[in-house]
Design a protein around this ligand. Structure first.
Ligand code: ADP
Ligand code: MG
Ligand code: MG
Length: 254
């Protein structure tokens, strides 16, 4: 019973191969972390799962349940229950965040043949989710991500996740030095939203995020492949030894 199954994925950008035979399997209820050195292909993997343009998949497959994920449009992936934080616009000045979130949720509900929520029903849901995440409503009255700090963007992202209730959430924490409060927001959100039906793929360069999230499985991605898979202790080893000790596992360039 796998939720996401990636098999032998090869992908290129502008003719240069970035992912070189990546395989990975996630089951419902699990949290998997993907760690790896800069330039390993972590964000490329996230972007390909999101359906971003500019990547060429040259071999391999990605299944989401019994669906061929790569054959779906980005919106269809969202409807199917895949949440990709970075698929949402970075900043939409002048568009009220509450309005934006309700529109996004209702678009998904409509595509699934579910009734759309009116503003009262949506407000009730918003209150529930704010409580679950211990968030204040201060971000809801502003423009979408307008002038949000890094931490506020993360809080908003986790709030989107809570509202959209995806089956699979993919979070790319990028390498751009999130402060410790932002990391805690992400971690507390993931922990609060864990459930037996939901899986998380948490992509991170830093071990410190995993001080707050206990992943079931940790993978190391290096040079376009998973070179090591283990439990949370693998993240501790990386913290102690860095990525250098994995060097002998990475095949030299052909
Ligand atoms: P990571 O997230 O692990 O740091 P990325 O997936 O961002 O790595 O990048 C993997 C490799 O692909 C790097 O060598 C990077 O320079 C290259 N790359 C990423 N995006 C592009 C792009 N749009 N055009 C060309 N090369 C890219
Ligand atoms: Mg990078
Ligand atoms: Mg990256």
């Amino acid at each position: 019973n796998s939720m996401l199954k990636i098999e032998n994925l090869h992908a290129s950008i502008g003719g240069r191969e970035i992912l070189k035979g990546l395989s990975l399997e996630l089951r419902p209820g699990q949290v998997h972390a993907i760690m790896g050195p800069n330039g390993a292909g972590k964000s490329t993997l996230g972007n390909i799962l999101a359906g971003r343009e500019g990547y060429e998949v040259t071999a391999g497959s990605v299944s989401f349940g019994d669906q061929d994920l790569l054959a779906l449009e980005p919106e269809e992936r969202a409807t199917a229950g895949v949440f990709l934080a970075f698929q949402y616009p970075v900043e939409i000045p002048g568009v009220n965040n509450t309005y934006f979130l309700r529109t996004a949720l209702n678009a998904q509900r409509k595509a699934r043949g579910e009734a759309e929520l009116d503003s009262m029903q949506f407000l009730k849901l918003v209150r529930e989710k704010l409580a679950v995440l211990h968030l204040k409503d201060e971000l809801l009255h502003r423009g979408v991500n307008e002038g949000f700090s890094g931490g506020e963007k993360k809080r908003n992202e986790i709030f989107q996740l809570a509202l959209l209730e995806p089956r699979l959430a993919i979070l790319d924490e990028t390498d751009s030095g999130l402060d410790i409060d932002a990391l805690k927001t992400v971690a507390e959100g993931v922990n609060a939203l864990r459930s037996p039906e939901r899986a998380f793929l948490v992509i991170t360069h830093y071990q410190r995020l995993l001080d707050y999230i206990k992943p079931d499985v940790v993978h190391v991605l290096a040079d376009g492949r998973i070179v090591e898979t283990g439990g949370p202790e693998l993240a501790m080893e990386l913290e102690q030894h860095g990525y250098a000790w994995l060097k002998d596992r990475i095949a030299p360039e052909a």
